[in-house]
Design a protein around this ligand. Sequence first.
Ligand SMILES: Cc1cc2nc3c(=O)[nH]c(=O)nc-3n(C[C@H](O)[C@H](O)[C@H](O)COP(=O)(O)OP(=O)(O)OC[C@H]3O[C@@H](n4cnc5c(N)ncnc54)[C@H](O)[C@@H]3O)c2cc1C
Length: 430
Amino acid sequence: MSAQGGSALGGKKLIEEQFDVVVIGAGPAGMMAAVRAAQKGARVALVDKKEEPGKKLLMAGNGRCNITQDENNIVELSKLYKNGRFLLSAFGAFRPGSAREFFENNGVPTKVEKNGRVFPVSDKGEDVLKALMNVLKENNITFLYKSHVVDFVVEESKITKIKLKKRELFPKNVIFTTGGKSYPATGSMGDGYEWAKNLGHKIIETVPALVPIKIKEDWAGELQGVSAGSVSIAVYQNGKKKFSDSGDLMFAHYGLSGPLALNMSRGVGKLMSQSENEIKLTLDLKPYLSLEQLDDIVRVDFERNADKKLANCLTDVFSPKLLDFMLRYSGLDLEKHAAKISRKERFHLVNLFKHLEMSFDGLFGFEKAMVTSGGISTKEIDSRTMRSKIVDNLYFAGEIIDVDGPTGGYNLQLCWSTGFLAGESAAKNL
Ligand SMILES: Cc1cc2nc3c(=O)[nH]c(=O)nc-3n(C[C@H](O)[C@H](O)[C@H](O)COP(=O)(O)OP(=O)(O)OC[C@H]3O[C@@H](n4cnc5c(N)ncnc54)[C@H](O)[C@@H]3O)c2cc1C
């Protein structure tokens, strides 16, 4: 760190420093931007208001960090994101495969799990953060933690000064990577939106995305912690089916979580904002079987276990906790032997397995949202460089931009890609 002198402000001596690139926000996007800018020869400072970087990164994937997706066709990849076309250049510059290679080369072997989700072999998100920190240190990046931005000075369409509480930074280029508004305790509170707005950028309305779904039924509590893989949910409003999706579901005391519920939250949220009419959800526990096929399986199971009580049947078809709940919920006599169960009763049960009805009771807010949808309008950022079209030496990367994807490593990938491209572009703009 080379101090360029000092000035007095409010009686206190200020440290003044010059940097080629100042990155504000040490999350995944900011760390990658800082690494790439430094690799390209820039003198880089990484600023964060928290006492340490990557707080949200450590929470990712329940601490296991779903780094990226195993998908290298960037056109297909981009289709899964809001404003995905905007991301094509960034994905071209740094693909999911590049992200895996980056971490593998820096001591984090990776593995691919169900649905193409890529994790560190160690299952430890802290290994991902450690690898990034090592590369940052190797590249002599100046860390400025617990540093609050107080103000920016803009001259001739360029940020010429960043005022922190105890320092003044004179940047040639600035990258905003302050993230969104979700899980505010991690430091992401939407500060960057305000700065960008004051600098003339349009902010697309920010809403919580990838949030759990609340349901009215009290029985959700009985299923808390139970997961149901490869199920599907259909969403109805005014009795009309609006959309459906399938995937892995997790029950929680308030309702539904897991990838399926999180990914569906955007669509349900949209319906909720369009009309106040009640939204119903129906869960199909065996979506790849027709009603008749599932009935056949249940019938054969009952025949094979004719002497057993209903409570002890169907153990090969459903997991124990889910089965126990479904049988009780059906209202059938659990003491009855399978041979005595009527066709009508069996059909009632099968119908429940295919159509478990739930009443939507709202979505969680930013406190439980995995990402923020909305943010800096992509129309005002050059997608080839991540440079602002309004402020000449300002770049954006990560969740702060109006782009977001489904669960499964997609959101971190957009951070790696846009961070890489913003860092590289800023380093070239010297
Ligand atoms: C519980 C949870 C689990 C997740 N799991 C996954 C997963 O497994 N895979 C996946 O792809 N995505 C996952 N995500 C999403 C992913 O973590 C985010 O998309 C990603 O962290 C966004 O990165 P970012 O760098 O843009 O911003 P952030 O990670 O939010 O980082 C922003 C940084 O900016 C700093 N900052 C903010 N304001 C200021 C300021 N005024 N001055 C200085 N610094 C500031 C913050 O302190 C923070 O360090 C998960 C999210 C959550 C909440």
